[in-house]
Design a protein around this ligand. Structure first.
Ligand code: PMP
Length: 432
């Protein structure tokens, strides 16, 4: 064990004794990048994280998406302090949730009615429930490799071929749940059409990450999302966009405004919370009005719409709504991503880039990636070597080849140039 991570290693030892697997979310484990102690962080400021050993990292993990404002943004710190002064939980309606719902509707006009929850998992789970209630149908079609949180239905994996009924991908998920989930490949309208032809009358909803963030960043082929919507509606099924990553990340109004395809229901999370726990779901009024207390689809939450999350989210959206924010994120992301691709190729690595606004993935494979099977061809050894090379030199990435680099508004050109300089060293030393 190198001394650079000595204290992290010590915390990991202690964590293993009392926290399952030493981590509070499996994605944080270093299992996919050769194992060992993950890095324990202690402080964040701007685009940087500082670990318990005092090492500084340029942070491109961005907490798996929420960190679009960087760490300890002064306006977020002020909003948290303000909220704390006024008390953080009332169990009653508040003015801020009204304001936030109005702001979200202005950003994503498809959100005629909204419910706030605390996580992306809850947002998706609840959206699927109301879709089932509204249609009176049990089944859901999802895309292979897309992640929609850890509720039971969302943990059903693909079958062996296109349009198969699912099998549970986690112990503890029943066959009964699996029977109600159908998985088809992303970017493949034929498979979706087949599945809908076979099970259409039982399908409540097709759920999709409109731009994928969970098998690396993968964009929809031109016309694909329009096709998904048309096919779903032809079969009486609803279209649910899981914009937990993409909303306020790929554009202020999410993938749906960027690409001009409106779903019936949308799940939100991550970036809308400005770094505190917040999820939301919403959509067409006639569907959402099936939710309690108006309708028979039950969904509730002690922490839902809490004053802290509401006030921080309002501050976050205020910052993100300023002119030029997304233009700058787009330009900086292109600069970094294109720079990394050029360096990788100069050192003899075959790479593919998937990018949408301020998130991107470098895949180590021969062909452009359009679906999960393609993403799986990205070389895990090369990714692990790159990850470790960056970590050792103070650049933090997500410890999985299926995740994305994510920028914040606080990364400067100097941070990106430092990253590219380090990349030159990392990619030069990596085995081709
Ligand atoms: N949907 C998507 C697209 C996600 O990426 C995630 C989290 N990675 C979720 C849902 C679940 O969100 P949470 O972890 O906040 O429950």
């Amino acid at each position: 064990m190198t001394t650079r991570f000595e204290r992290s290693a010590a915390y990991y030892e202690r964590a293993l004794a009392r926290i399952v697997g030493g981590v509070n979310s499996p994605a944080r484990s270093f299992k996919a990048v050769g194992g060992g102690a993950p890095v324990f962080m202690q402080r964040g400021r701007g685009p940087y994280l500082y670990d318990v050993d005092g090492n500084r990292y340029i942070d491109y993990l961005a907490a798996y998406g929420p960190g679009i404002l960087g760490h300890a943004h002064p306006e977020i710190v002020a909003a948290i302090a303000r909220a704390a002064e006024g008390g953080t939980l009332y169990g009653t309606p508040t003015p801020w949730e009204v304001e936030l719902a109005e702001r979200l509707h202005a950003a994503l006009p498809s959100l005629e009615r909204i419910r706030f929850v605390s996580t992306g998992t809850e947002a998706v789970m609840s959206a699927v429930r109301v879709a089932r209630a509204f249609t009176g149908r049990p089944k859901v079609i999802k895309m292979e490799g897309c992640y929609h949180g850890h509720s039971d239905f969302a943990l059903i994996a693909a079958g062996s071929g296109p349009s198969q009924l699912g099998t549970p991908d986690s112990a503890g998920v029943t066959e009964g749940v699996a029977r109600d989930v159908i998985t088809v490949p992303y970017n493949d309208l034929d498979s979706l059409g087949e599945a809908l032809d076979a099970w259409g009358r039982e399908v409540a909803a097709v759920i999709i990450e409109p731009i994928v963030g969970n098998f690396g960043v993968v964009n929809p082929a031109p016309g694909y999302l329009e096709g998904v919507k048309r096919l779903a509606h032809e079969h009486g099924a609803l279209l649910i966009f899981d914009e937990v990553i993409t909303a306020f990340r790929v554009a202020y109004g999410g993938a749906q405004t960027l690409l001009g395809v409106e779903p019936d229901l949308t799940a939100l999370g991550k970036a809308i919370g400005g770094g505190v726990p917040l999820g939301a779901y919403g959509g067409r009024a006639e569907i959402m009005d099936w939710v309690a207390p108006l309708g028979p689809a039950y969904q509730a939450g002690t922490l839902a719409g809490n004053p802290l999350s509401m006030q921080v989210a309002l501050a976050a959206l205020e910052i993100l709504g300023r002119p030029g924010v997304y233009e700058r994120l787009e330009a900086e992301s292109a600069y970094l991503a294109d720079g990394l691709v050029a360096i990788a190729r100069r050192h003899g690595h075959t790479v593919q880039l998937g990018r949408a606004g301020s998130m991107f993935t470098l895949f180590f494979c021969d062909e452009p990636v359009t679906d999960y099977k393609g993403a799986e061809r990205s070389d895990p050894q090369k990714f692990a070597a790159m990850f470790r090379g960056f970590l050792d030199r103070g650049v933090l990435l997500a410890p999985s080849r299926f995740e994305a680099w994510m920028l914040s508004v606080q990364h400067t050109r100097a941070d990106l140039d430092e990253t590219l300089q380090i990349a030159d060293e990392v990619l030069r030393q990596m085995v081709r």
